[in-house]
Write a protein that binds this ligand. Structure first.
Ligand code: IFM
Length: 435
């Protein structure tokens, strides 16, 4: 079987998020975030887990960067923790917090790994939540101040920026369903949060203008009716995707005028250099076909959904900017074998099939510039705590030992060659020293 080859210059990386990997929550002046608070709510997180230690990436980043380099990865998508930079969510910068990210970025660049910086991956300073959180319009302006601080501190070394990661999850899971921080269940507050996150994105674009390649990451899925009506599926699609895509790509919103002020949509629909797409699975309405294989978090494995999503986006939005796949990956119940090796053939098969589907989308003319695998390290999977492992590197959460899984070596070969090989014994990634 021949391998498929991606375009020259295609970016291969992994992605993480601050609260999921850093730990060190009280280090160097970091303030509390809404996730520190939410983790203390009884029953909120599986196993009562917290991000207090996570993967200790705040201290162990040199080891992790060396690991990325040894695998041959070309880029690293990480997020900055707002509460490290502004412990109270407003006011002057905490220099020690900024220094950490400067060291991380310098360390990446020294190893030839290109940093892709996301400003907000859900860890709102608790002080801002206490002042109304995302349902309060002022939070968007506080975000713009924070963005300016990070731009001033790192703009000389970071060329790739994202304002937000998955604003839908921040608004809908955090303020609508209450399953994420801050744990609120209120439809009106959810919509307010969604709009103010979008406004934060728009204000952030203005702040970052001229700082390099600037975009935003959305979690997107084809929505497929299964046992329900097309109208229900379309309503669900708007609620999950259109509510964010339409303002960003068309300057249109269905939210009321008392929420969407004059001028907001001009900011929000300002041109972006790229759209970050996080794809894991299609969303079936109202239920998942029972015959589909699922991952350890119950998500159906449908690689063709990635191709269909990208082609559909391009067809719906003729001016679609270039795309990066900013997340894609799978959770499985990986175990350390008796020889210390962590074999994860299901993840290799998942990645392999999704990369072939991605290649099909590129062949169909979608302008995709890179792929960031979720995720480098087994980490704090939000409400699931440490019970779900998405990493290509196994982390022993008792002693922080890192063990690259079969998938890490497989993906390293992809990154080094730009070609997707068949999974299987003919691969050359397992060297004698690994045995
Ligand atoms: O872990 C998350 C990440 O923070 C955002 N996108 C989905 C991942 C898997 O659930």
């Amino acid at each position: 079987m021949t391998s498929v080859r991606f375009p020259t210059g295609f970016v291969w990386g992994t992605a993480t998020a601050a609260y999921q990997v850093e730990g060190a929550v009280a280090e160097d002046g970091r303030g509390p975030s809404i996730w520190d608070t939410f983790c203390r709510v009884p029953g909120a997180i599986a196993g009562g887990d917290t991000g207090d230690v996570a993967c200790d990436h705040y201290r162990r980043w040199p080891e992790d960067v060396a690991l990325m380099a040894s695998l041959g990865l070309g880029a690293y998508r990480f997020s900055v923790a707002w509460p490290r930079v502004q412990p109270d969510g407003a006011g002057p910068a905490n220099q020690k917090g900024l220094d950490h990210y400067r060291r991380l970025v310098d360390g990446l660049l020294e190893r030839g790994i290109v940093p892709y910086l996301t400003l907000y991956h859900w860890d709102l300073p608790q002080a801002l939540e206490d002042r109304g959180g995302w349902p309060a319009r002022d939070t968007a302006y506080r975000f713009a101040d924070y963005a300016a601080i990070v731009r001033d501190a790192l703009g000389d070394v970071v060329d790739h920026w994202a304002t937000l990661n998955e604003p839908k999850v921040a608004s809908h899971a955090g303020y609508g369903e209450g399953i994420h921080a801050p744990g609120i269940r209120d439809r009106a507050l959810r919509d307010r949060a969604a709009h103010h996150l979008l406004l934060a994105h728009g204000l952030g674009l203005s702040v970052l203008s001229g700082s390099g390649e600037v975009g935003v990451t959305l979690d997107l899925s084809p929505v497929v009716p299964y046992g329900g009506s097309r109208a229900d599926a379309e309503a669900y699609d708007y609620d999950n995707h259109g509510m964010f895509l339409e303002p960003i790509l068309r300057g249109e919103s269905r939210l009321p005028d008392d929420l969407v002020h004059a001028g907001d949509l001009d900011l929000i629909s300002a041109p972006i250099d790229y759209l970050g797409v996080n794809y894991y699975r299609p969303l079936y309405v109202p239920r998942v076909p029972p015959e589909l294989p699922v991952t350890a978090v119950g998500w159906p494995v449908v690689p063709s959904g990635l191709r269909d999503l990208l082609v559909g986006l391009r067809d719906t939005y003729p001016d679609l900017p270039p795309v990066y796949i900013t997340e894609n990956g799978a959770a499985y119940d990986d175990e350390v074998g008796p020889d210390g090796w962590v074999d994860d053939p299901l993840r290799v098969a998942y990645l392999h099939a999704h990369l072939l589907a991605l290649h099909e989308a590129i062949e169909a003319g979608v302008d995709v510039r890179g792929y960031f695998l979720w995720t480098l390290l087994d980490n704090f999977e939000w409400a699931e705590g440490y019970s779900k492992r998405f990493g290509i590197v196994h982390v022993d959460h008792a002693d922080q030992t890192r063990r690259p899984k079969t998938s890490a070596h497989w993906y390293g070969q992809v990154a080094r060659t730009g070609a997707v090989p068949q999974p299987g014994p003919e691969l050359t990634w397992k060297t004698e020293s690994d045995e």
